[in-house]
Design a protein around this ligand. Sequence first.
Ligand code: NAD
Length: 268
Amino acid sequence: MEQKLKGKVALVTGAGRGIGRAYALRLANLGADVAINDIDLHSWKQFDEKLTADTVVDEVKNLGRRSIGIECNVADKKEVDAMFQKILKELGHIDILINNAGGLQVRPETSYASTVPEDDLRREMDRNLMSCIFCCQAASIPMKAQKSGRIVNISSQAGLKGAPDGFYSSYGVAKAGIIAYTRYLAGELAHFGINVNCIAPAFIGTARLMQRSFSAEPGRYEALLKTIPLGRVGTPEDCAKVIEFLVTDLSDYIVGQCISVCGGVILF
Ligand code: NAD
């Protein structure tokens, strides 16, 4: 792979497993040094994901790049600010931020828009939206000073359209907020040479998704495939390729966009 990002420093949040891990490895393969954040750097063990080393930090180092692991909660502003201090101190600068930490942690039956409990609502906002905003704010200080940077926020199809059964409203609202926040931030930071964009994945077949959502219920996976025009769930690499596009010169003139990585799900 061409070393397009040689000399760049990236941070991927929530990169202890899953799609975030794929982002981190792709950036490292493109030549970047990569800071790995996760609330639990061994989170891959929860779903028995196959790593080639003890943590993604070690995997990045094994690719010949510098890497540090920062185990902290990105929904906590103080912890986020301390994380950026550590990155600047140990890796020198920050050029690329991928705001990947987040996900869905509410029960479907209590997630309707008209009744979602306040605690669930606030937790989803904190995990998905506030964490993204805190990291963008912290990254924008050094990026503005150096007059360059790339930020990619991770939304979801849930932020672009509702669910027919009405489930997971708080997640959808938080992910929609990420798209709106991306546009505002993009307009503000473009003057500083910083491109801010966002992607909205649909069904991406991580170890977690396949084990939690599909292994228990026969036929559910096959039913899902019928709703995807491309006829397959996405892979973490499908998302990572779009990240490559958004953090390299291929997308120099693109700001404030949300790219669906969804196999056509958004069409219906
Ligand atoms: P995942 O749950 O498998 O991995 C998320 C990682 O983030 C975990 O390692 C977790 O420990 C970490 N994390 C969660 N909250 C954190 C916090 N507050 N601070 C630090 N780390 C935290 O999720 P995934 O499937 O790999 O998805 C990654 C991102 O993509 C999420 O934002 C998710 O909403 C989004 N997304 C995923 C899918 C999908 O189908 N998998 C679809 C649409 C959007």
